[in-house]
Design a protein around this ligand. Structure first.
Ligand code: GLC
Length: 423
């Protein structure tokens, strides 16, 4: 008996089947994220599929931290557990999880050609379509329009400008009695989210993507050192010390309650910031993340989630049908409008109802199309270790335990060792 069973997942609301009548109704189990409104949207989507098919869906939710979610999945899959039929998997996981998933191309009826092709290539491992894209993501900058206006400041183009603007507005707001107010909140915990944030800083200074497409370790370079040195200055000045333990939701909590000028987050935070009970409703703007200095570029890490069917599922064809429905045009449209989840179908970025609900989907189309990929395709099964080494080194710099030179030369050594017999 394996130690890791479905009991280790967090069960929430029950399965729903509106057409339960039939004796032949079966139950498919799907693992969904629960960041922000994710769980609710997943339940609504599966309910719509249940209404159409008469089959039940059980939704299990998983830890918010992508790093913790991955280790839970790895434990379940290593035990060849059939408890979960459909897994919501991160854009950086196909190489690590491919052996446990079925080839979906038998069931998609060619619909993969409707999606962004780089995502389909990302999800194809050794010719096998490991997962279908569900939503894509890229890091963006949220800012308080009202406060920039109040203090005559403009939207920052570079990280240097962001730093000085944050200092100015934070000092003025504190002076005015807002003693919990901060300049900039983001994801600083030692987990996958920090890999995303730090990759953005490094790439924006033209410091590369940790490991390049040829598999060479490139992280120990002057541009990367510069990026990390600037970020480490934010701790305790424009960003609270506690940012070192923030994931997406902690950052959103501070920003949405009105206590920060800038926030780095994913698009999902938009619809929540705009909800009726949000203190910052109507006061928020979204732009591409700043460039690293005048010669740098706007860099948003490519994120996003896919749906994959476990090889250990008792009913893979039925599970694949659920995946086909959840990744369809109509369902991606519903999720885009209600939760600002980025579609993976380019045609939806021209849909008037989608653009009315999330105007920046149109304005930032290039950011979403050209997200900076983490080096997961090239490092394959070893990506998890590459990312762990990277976020731990960055966390050491941010915590003041190492300087960028020490941290990045140590990281380079570790990654070279990891790649010695090839990625
Ligand atoms: C978001 C992204 C995902 C990333 C994670 C890190 O969920 O979509 O790709 O790994 O954030 O926290």
């Amino acid at each position: 008996m394996s130690r890791f069973t479905i009991k280790h997942l967090m069960f929430g609301g029950a399965a729903v089947c509106l057409l339960a009548g039939g004796l032949h109704a079966k139950t498919v189990t799907i693992s969904c994220g629960a960041v922000g409104a994710e769980r609710q949207l997943c339940e609504e989507g599966t309910r719509l599929w249940s209404e159409k098919t008469g089959h039940d869906v059980q939704v299990v939710s998983t830890p918010n931290s992508a790093t913790e979610r991955l280790s839970l999945y790895q434990q379940l899959l290593a035990a060849q557990s059939g408890d979960v039929d459909v897994f919501q998997i991160d854009v950086v996981w196909p190489g690590m999880l491919a052996n446990h998933m079925i080839d979906l191309s038998e069931y998609t009826e060619g619909t993969e050609s409707d999606h962004f092709q780089p995502l389909i290539r990302n999800n194809t491992v050794d010719g096998k379509l490991v997962a279908m894209p569900w939503f894509t993501d890229a890091g963006v900058l949220y800012y308080r329009k009202d406060l920039l206006e109040k203090y005559g400041q403009s939207v920052p183009e570079t990280w240097e400008q962001l730093t000085t603007t944050a200092e100015t507005v934070m000092a003025a707001e504190r002076e005015a009695g807002q003693d919990k107010f901060w300049g900039f909140v983001w994801q600083g915990r030692a987990y996958e989210g920090l890999t995303c944030d730090a990759l953005e800083w490094v790439a924006s200074y033209n410091g590369g993507t940790i490991v390049n497409a040829e598999g060479d370790v490139t992280i120990n370079n002057p541009q990367a050192r510069k990026a990390l040195a600037l970020a480490s200055e934010w701790i305790g000045t424009i960003s609270p010390q506690s940012v070192l333990n923030y994931t997406e939701e902690e950052a959103r909590g501070v920003f949405q309650s009105g206590n920060a000028l800038f926030m780095r987050n994913w698009p999902y935070a938009w619809s929540l910031a705009q909800s009726d009970d949000s203190p910052v409703k109507g006061k928020v703007g979204v732009v591409a993340l700043p460039r690293g200095g005048e010669n740098g570029r706007h860099a948003g890490t490519l994120g996003g989630w896919q749906l994959a069917v476990s090889k250990y599922s008792d009913d893979a064809p039925l599970a694949a049908d659920l995946v086909r429905y959840l990744t369809s045009y109509e369902e991606q449209k519903r999720r885009a409008i209600q939760g600002s989840y980025n579609p993976t179908i380019p045609a939806l970025y021209k849909d008037d109802e989608v653009l009315a609900a999330v105007p920046f989907f149109g304005e930032l189309f290039e950011t979403f199309k050209n997200g900076v990929p983490r080096p997961s395709s090239v490092t394959g099964e070893k990506y998890g270790r590459v990312s762990n080494a990277f976020f731990n080194s960055v966390h050491d710099v941010l915590s003041g335990d190492a300087n960028p030179e020490q941290a990045l030369s140590g990281l380079e050594r570790d990654l070279r060792r990891l790649s010695r017999r090839g990625w």
